[in-house]
Design a protein around this ligand. Structure first.
Ligand code: ADE
Length: 222
């Protein structure tokens, strides 16, 4: 899989993509991630990427020229173009699973008051939000989306780690987990987990997952 990210702040990706699962997946060539400076496609002599909105109002709007220039240059026949924006549909595990199947994704990071609507109408396949709050730009959202996709690529997660039993599988949050020691400051690990009884452990985990989901995310239970 190839992922191209278009941003005014390429440095924001250096730390997050240099760590852990994403970095390992890149080294193993499971994913190729390239970061592009939007300003490189600015067409005027001052390399401007934004301007005031027509019709007035506060803030600045990303100009169409660098947006069209970058995406048209990077796009191929099988590219999915995503725009990170609080106006998008909210990102879910099911979306991460379907995006994992794409061969090429371009992620454009929005900024300021928004991006020129002509770019969205002509070149964006999907606007994605990571939640109902406003970030100062799409960069942290792009990092979240890339992380959620890349860890699903077969081979990205190491031996001993697993994609089974995860939160949102079967629309449930995760069950609680414990590790050694079996007693810590008088706090005991639930007896059933020490019993070695796999059937009972599975039942206990399912119950706990349902209980937790009902309490904090009842809308997940249909
Ligand atoms: N840009 C600003 N806020 C955002 C959000 N919640 N999700 C995605 N991109 C954004």
């Amino acid at each position: 899989m190839k992922i191209d990210i278009v941003t005014l702040f390429p440095e924001m990706f250096v730390g997050p993509f240099d760590q852990s699962i994403i970095s390992r997946a890149m080294k193993k060539k499971l994913v190729e991630i390239r970061i592009h400076q939007l300003r490189d496609w600015a067409t005027d002599k001052h390399h401007l990427t934004d301007d005031r909105p027509f019709g007035g109002g506060p803030g600045m709007v990303l100009k169409p020229e660098p947006l069209f220039g970058s995406v048209e240059r990077l796009k191929t026949e099988n590219t999915k173009v995503l725009l990170m924006s609080p106006q998008g549909s909210v990102f879910k595990q099911t979306k991460a699973q379907s995006l994992k199947e794409e061969s090429h994704i371009i992620i454009v990071c929005g900024r300021y008051e928004g991006v020129d609507q002509r770019f969205i109408d002509e070149l964006v396949d999907e606007e994605i939000s990571i939640g109902d709050y406003v970030l100062s730009g799409g960069e942290p959202a792009a990092i979240v989306v890339v992380d959620a996709i890349v860890r699903l690529i077969p081979g990205a997660i190491g031996k001993g780690e697993s994609l089974d039993n995860e939160s949102f599988n079967e629309n449930l949050l995760d069950f609680p987990v414990y590790t050694q020691p079996a007693e810590f400051r008088g706090l005991k690990v639930p007896e059933v987990l020490l019993s070695g009884h796999h059937g009972e452990i599975a039942r206990w985990r399912k119950n706990k997952a349902e209980e937790k989901t009902r309490k904090v995310r009842p809308e997940l239970i249909v």
